[in-house]
Design a protein around this ligand. Structure first.
Ligand SMILES: NC(=O)C1=CN([C@@H]2O[C@H](COP(=O)(O)OP(=O)(O)OC[C@H]3O[C@@H](n4cnc5c(N)ncnc54)[C@H](OP(=O)(O)O)[C@@H]3O)[C@@H](O)[C@H]2O)C=CC1
Ligand SMILES: O=C(O)[C@@H]1CCC=N1
Length: 276
């Protein structure tokens, strides 16, 4: 059972990535770039072997389980939620009872994951995001039962922040805020730059300004959690100035409501996906 699972450092394990798509490749790239996971400790598998081989060439990683070192494996499952059961079934002869399975699939509960693999391997449910590729990801994790999350935590910490959830039902909200969140922010950066282009800036300059503004604003928020974001906003808005005029326009167009509704819609979808 999971509570008998040994505690092993990530250094002593081989990470096997199952699914080299958008999220899987971002995680693999981020881990190798960070120097935390060596290419010879990373096996890349994909239904499309050419995709796995191309990524392995780029990262100096392996593509065959037979090339992996002896010892515990961390199976990082990054296929679409509907494919997780069949992907794990196809690997059942390879997964040892003392291995660890880490799923990144949206909506898939620990109970469902356990039903796919049976008793034995430790299971960790996670929700990362694509900024992991550049070491700026944030990942929610939770283990099945009292399994040790250490190696999974180490892996995700190599590509950014880790938030350990105590209540599994919070995965839907976390998915909606940080799993899907980068897409909202990319859209915001694009629209901010569009505004600059509309007002005469070149696309290149507008993108640079929008990107650095979002990065700088996020850094300021993160710098001191005791300062409310409203206070930071007030410090930008001079009385009768440009910012308060812009904020009024944003309110008129339901900016806050749009974001709140987006998170609500994504969380609802995550919950539905878990019921499929
Ligand atoms: N994209 C994101 O930002 C995030 C995604 N996730 C989760 O990550 C998972 C993957 O999403 P995403 O990367 O976007 O999807 P992709 O479709 O980009 O990646 C999935 C990859 O898995 C491959 N694949 C399919 N079946 C198998 C199999 N049996 N064995 C090995 N590989 C297989 C696919 O190949 P083929 O295309 O040929 O089918 C594809 O290359 C999902 O569960 C999603 O919920 C979580 C957080 C963020
Ligand atoms: O869109 C999706 O379903 C996945 C999960 C979070 C981000 N991408």
């Amino acid at each position: 059972m999971s509570d008998a699972t040994p505690t092993t450092s990530l250094d002593e394990m081989t990470v096997v990535l199952v699914g080299c798509g958008r999220m899987g490749s971002a995680l693999a790239g981020g881990m190798v770039r960070s120097g935390r996971v060596a290419g010879e400790r990373l096996v890349l598998l994909d239904a499309d072997t050419q995709k796995a081989e191309a990524l392995a060439d780029e990262l100096g990683a392996l593509t065959e389980l037979s090339q992996a070192a002896e010892g515990r494996k961390l199976w990082l499952v990054a296929v679409k939620p509907k494919v997780v059961a069949s992907a794990l079934a196809g690997l059942s002869d390879e997964i040892a009872a003392d291995d660890m399975i880490v799923s990144v699939a949206a909506g898939l509960s620990l109970a469902k994951l356990r039903s796919f693999v049976g008793e034995g391997p430790a299971i960790v449910r996670s929700m990362p995001n694509t900024p992991a590729l550049v070491g700026k990801g944030v990942t929610g994790i939770m283990a099945d039962g009292d399994a040790d999350t250490g190696a999974a935590k180490e892996m995700f910490e190599s590509v950014g922040h880790v938030v350990e959830l105590k209540r599994e039902e919070n995965f839907d909200a976390l998915t909606a805020v940080s799993g899907s969140g980068p897409a909202y922010i990319f859209t915001a950066i694009e629209a901010l730059a569009d505004g600059g282009v509309k007002m005469g800036l070149s696309r290149e300059v507008a993108r640079e300004l929008a990107t650095q503004t979002v990065a700088g604003a996020a850094a300021l928020v993160a710098d001191d959690p005791s300062v409310h974001t409203a206070e930071l906003k007030d410090r930008v808005a001079s009385p009768g100035g440009t910012t308060i005029t812009a904020l009024a326009a944003l309110e008129e167009h339901g900016f806050r409501h749009a974001l709140i509704s987006a998170v609500e819609a994504a969380a609802t979808r995550s919950r539905q996906m878990g019921e499929d």
